[in-house]
Design a protein around this ligand. Structure first.
Ligand SMILES: N[C@@H](CCC(=O)N[C@@H](CS)C(=O)NCC(=O)O)C(=O)O
Length: 416
């Protein structure tokens, strides 16, 4: 590669296959299919062909949110498209998305299948179809759509610009890193100011604008993409942090981000999704076993056995005056932490089944109480081993522990 300081573009650009950098092997200056490959089709009205990148996750989160709202017609099959292996250049995929990028959707709910590509178009298609997550009021709708399209226009600067030059390029060059770091910090500031004046991007309610923006800027704010948290000083964007945490607690978001995930902690991967129960039973099972995750597979098998030995016994609702996060002395609990019996593991945190193993766990589901400003209600569910005869007593003890824990931390807490 030529030194950037001395590079003079030739008269005519030619394709340098050896340009290097991550993804260099899949980047081509030619569109269209490279090989014949039909796509699989499942039984549900929606067939999604995707991968859990930030663009892919937008759509799986929306599907899970729709299902969470009770829209049974939003059942979907999510098939894995491995872009590192060039699956996006198969003829079947290209027929749905001539741009060869995930996500791509086939809506088979009507008389003739409809193809939709571009994540923003998919979000709008689904939101309109189900009348959800996109307000009907013209002013609110315009605001939500404005932020949705802001995201669609801005993220390529974050990913294709900053992310590429900071994390993926074969060498670090000051000029593009400076230019795109400046732009990304400006974008974070735009978001931060907006989120200082309203709870969500579109206003008071959670919409497709948040669903589209969270996987990119929420991940950036937590230092989860490009390892750039410190470089960009993301913790300074306090309102973005608040919004990111708030959205991360939604059960549908937790599920949506697992779908079509093929990297990272095996417990967080559901490579294909065909049924709601897949989250409990199928994740990780189809993983090829590397030496590293062989132990996890054993854990997973135990997990499946444990889950069937557990039952959901009690639920109790708590309202909080000051804080909505109460985790036995910690701000956050990772699902892979060892959890002692009786520990309150976290609100909004779901503990992976392989850690349940006959112990008692509290699973928090957070809901906003719209009637009371900033007040949160939390339902705790205790999963207690079915074999325990003293289930009710155990639940009482755990509840008491929860209340004591709140008191110790000076948090006002009332039990319904
Ligand atoms: N604007 C598109 C961008 C989609 C996109 O860039 N997808 C990436 C993964 S996040 C991809 O499929 N890349 C494969 C490739 O470039 O060959 C959208 O939002 O749907």
């Amino acid at each position: 590669m030529t030194d950037q300081a001395t590079y003079t573009p030739p008269k005519i650009w030619t394709w340098d296959k050896e340009s290097g950098g991550r993804f260099a092997n899949i980047n081509r200056p030619i569109s269209g299919a490279t090989h014949e490959k039909e796509l699989p089709v499942g039984e549900h009205p929606f067939q999604l062909y995707s991968l859990a990148t930030p663009n892919g996750v937008k759509v799986t989160i929306l599907f899970e949110e729709l299902l969470e709202l009770g829209h049974k017609g939003a059942e979907y099959d999510a098939w894995l498209i491995n872009i590192g292996e060039g699956n996006q250049f198969g003829s079947g995929f290209v027929a749905i998305n001539p741009n060869s990028k995930i996500p791509a959707l086939l809506d088979r709910s009507g008389p003739a299948p409809i193809r939709i590509f571009e994540s923003g178009a998919i979000l709008v298609h689904l939101a309109e179809k189900f009348g959800a997550f996109l307000p009907a009021d013209p002013a609110e709708r315009a605001e939500a759509l404005s932020w949705l399209f802001w995201q669609m226009g801005s993220a390529p600067y974050l990913g294709g610009g900053f992310g590429h030059f900071y994390a993926y390029a074969p060498e670090k060059f000051e000029y593009p890193i400076n230019r795109f770091a400046m732009e990304v910090k400006r974008q974070l500031d735009v978001l931060d100011k907006r989120l200082a004046e309203s709870e969500y991007l579109g206003g008071d309610v959670y919409t497709v604008a948040d669903i589209a923006t969270w996987p990119w800027y929420g991940a950036l704010a937590k230092g989860l993409i490009y390892e750039a948290g410190e470089f960009l000083q993301v913790q300074e964007y306090k309102n973005v942090q608040r919004w990111t945490d708030q959205i991360a607690m939604r059960p549908a978001v937790k599920r949506g981000r697992m779908v079509n995930r093929a990297v990272g902690d095996p417990a967080s991967q559901l490579r294909e999704r065909h049924d709601a129960s897949d989250f409990l039973t199928r994740h990780r099972t189809s993983l090829p076993l590397s030496a590293d995750n062989r132990r996890s597979k054993a854990d997973h098998d135990t997990a499946i056995r444990c889950r069937s030995a557990l039952e959901r016994t009690h639920e109790r609702s708590f309202g909080f005056g000051q804080s909505h996060t109460l985790i036995d002395g910690h701000e956050a609990v990772r699902a892979d932490k060892e959890v002692a019996p009786g520990t309150i593991v976290g609100l909004g945190e779901r503990i992976e089944p392989h850690l349940l193993d006959g112990r008692i766990h509290m699973v928090g589901r957070e809901k906003e109480d719209r009637g009371r400003a900033r007040q949160r209600r939390v339902t705790l569910t205790a999963c207690i081993d079915m074999c325990r005869a003293d289930k009710a007593a155990v639940f009482e003890a755990v509840t008491q522990r929860f209340v004591d824990c709140a008191k110790d931390r000076g948090i006002a807490c009332e039990i319904d």
